[in-house]
Design a protein around this ligand. Structure first.
Ligand SMILES: NC(=O)c1ccc[n+]([C@@H]2O[C@H](COP(=O)([O-])OP(=O)(O)OC[C@H]3O[C@@H](n4cnc5c(N)ncnc54)[C@H](O)[C@@H]3O)[C@@H](O)[C@H]2O)c1
Length: 480
């Protein structure tokens, strides 16, 4: 029986391994982590992450060929294939601070593998890592090898949170990079055989190591660039009277462009886009490619600009100050169908409003009060460390109130802003909300999910990103 061990039971390690266990009943899969709380949750009825369809997959295989454990060393030493899916945060100090990937967790995982292994292993990079990380890992492993042979593969994960299980069941592609030696090709074959249980052969792409590592960074950079492109257009739409949804529709009909990922919004978030682009920028700079680095940097600048623009719209429409005003914030996760708040635009929007002394009533169906307060008090990049190493007691601010219902959030509020596109926000009784709010009542739709015309009929003043402006907003300054 092939034994797989995955180091890191997070958003990637957990769902990926659960699906491998489901699709390959003949393979034994152990997911290990240094976080006791995470492993306890994976073994309970309340899994540590929310992902549609995940519960059923875990319930079907847990205890059969899927195990969650803190006994990292035991499972690593027994495994034939070891996936490493640990955090790769952005460095906050030293060389490359603010851009380069911090490989501390990766390195410690590699050293531990070298320490406990007693047989040959295939080590798979599942985390997103800088190009040439495999070389560094190879060095750590071979310098401590005690005669054991290691093959390093790069198998970056392309799942999107919110649709992780669907993506894993039916991936656009699986990418496996390895050394172009006989041993390297043998290792690729072994990993390919795992995926071949359910992924059609033509969707399994095999490349050299560096292409696989770079493809993951490139794919995320392209996706984020698309969002920044449409968001840049949204600012121009507001200035000219064009409607960004109509522009996106017309542009997306071109088959060379395609319709996906063309929704204007308050900005992208999530654990990967910004981090991976910063990482790409750093690699470009290290290779003397300043122009290329600047090109990709701009994707992040436009994203920051979009979040600022949103806050400025709110403040300027409410008579240039939100001091002491109550703002309902609907949604805190970085997108719908996930409880993940890493790099969510909600953090910057809320902090922007708090900076102008607003009072916030925040509601998200999947994010806890503790998480929201933690996020609002956390330093940039601190979020991407194992949970137990993050600051323990969030500084709670009097101005933030976390509530468990959208109507409760809106009560007595001067304005309501929509940050996450949860389906339930489309179906709210906006008349009831209007009646409970202070007047004039504002809605700032950061995801273009409400019917602005209907809301205007009720009496709201509505701002929708990239749409023709409400007469109220026309004379207000929009840009920082
Ligand atoms: N979240 C996504 O959508 C996504 C998608 C593709 C790739 N990635 C990449 O995958 C990697 C993991 O991301 P994630 O979202 O699953 O992160 P995560 O923070 O949810 O999980 C990482 C886990 O690794 C554990 N860990 C850290 N060091 C360890 C060690 N030495 N031994 C055992 N466990 C250790 C942590 O406790 C944590 O539970 C990152 O490199 C990320 O960039 C993420």
């Amino acid at each position: 029986m092939v034994k797989i061990c995955c180091i890191g039971a997070g958003y990637v390690g957990g769902p990926t391994m659960a699906v491998i266990a489901l699709k390959c009943p003949s393979v034994e899969v152990a997911v290990v982590d240094i976080s006791v709380a995470r492993i306890t949750a994976w073994n309970s009825d309340v899994l540590p992450i929310y992902e549609p369809g995940l519960d059923e997959v875990v319930k079907q295989r847990r205890g059969k060929n899927l195990f969650f454990s803190t006994d990292v060393e035991k499972h690593v030493s027994e495994a034939d294939i070891i996936f490493v899916s640990v955090n790769t945060p952005t460095k906050t100090r030293g060389l490359g601070a603010g851009k380069a990937a911090d490989l501390t967790y990766w390195e410690s995982a590699a050293r531990m593998i070298a320490d406990v292994s007693k047989s040959d292993k295939i080590v798979v990079e599942k985390s997103t890592v800088p190009v040439k990380t495999a070389e560094a890992i190879e060095r750590i492993l071979t310098h401590n090898s005690k005669g054991i042979k290691y093959q390093i593969l790069s198998n970056p994960e392309f799942l999107a949170e919110g649709t992780a299980i669907e993506d894993l069941f039916n991936p656009d592609r699986v990418l496996i990079g390895g050394r172009e030696t006989t041993e390297g090709q043998e290792a690729i074959k072994a990993l390919k055989a795992v995926y071949a249980h359910w992924v059609p052969e033509e969707r399994i792409i095999c490349t050299n190591l560096w292409s696989a590592e770079l493809s993951k960074l490139a794919a995320n950079a392209f996706l984020a660039q698309r969002i920044s492109s449409v968001n840049a257009m949204s600012a121009l739409c507001e200035a000219t009277g064009a409607d960004v949804s109509q522009v996106s529709h017309a542009v997306g009909k071109d088959t060379r462009i395609g319709p996906k990922f063309l929704n204007a919004s308050v900005g992208f978030g999530g654990s990967c886009f910004q981090k991976d682009i910063l990482n790409l920028v750093y690699i470009c700079e290290c290779n003397g490619l300043t122009e290329v680095a600047n090109y990709w940097k701009q994707v992040i600048k436009v994203n920051d600009y979009q979040k600022n623009r949103f806050v400025n719209r709110i403040v300027s429409s409410m008579f240039n100050t939100v001091s002491g005003k109550k703002i309902a914030v609907l949604g805190f996760a970085f997108k719908k169908d996930t409880g993940d708040t890493r790099e969510t635009p909600a953090i910057d929007v809320c902090n922007g409003l708090l900076g102008d002394n607003a009072r916030l009533n925040i509601y998200d169906p999947e994010v806890t009060e503790d998480q929201i307060k933690r996020d609002l008090s956390m330093k940039k990049f601190d979020w991407d460390h194992p949970f137990h190493l993050q600051p323990m007691s969030p500084t709670s601010t009097k101005q933030v109130n976390v509530v468990w219902d959208a109507y409760e959030a809106a009560k007595d509020a001067h304005g309501l802003c929509i940050i996450t596109e949860w389906d339930e926000f489309k179906k709210l009784d906006y008349k009831k909300i209007f009646d409970s709010m202070q007047k004039p009542a504002f809605v700032f739709d950061g995801r273009n999910i409400v019917n602005a015309e209907k809301l205007r009929e009720i009496g709201f003043i509505v701002y929708s990103i990239g749409k023709p402006l409400d007469p109220w907003l026309k004379d207000m300054p929009a840009v920082a």
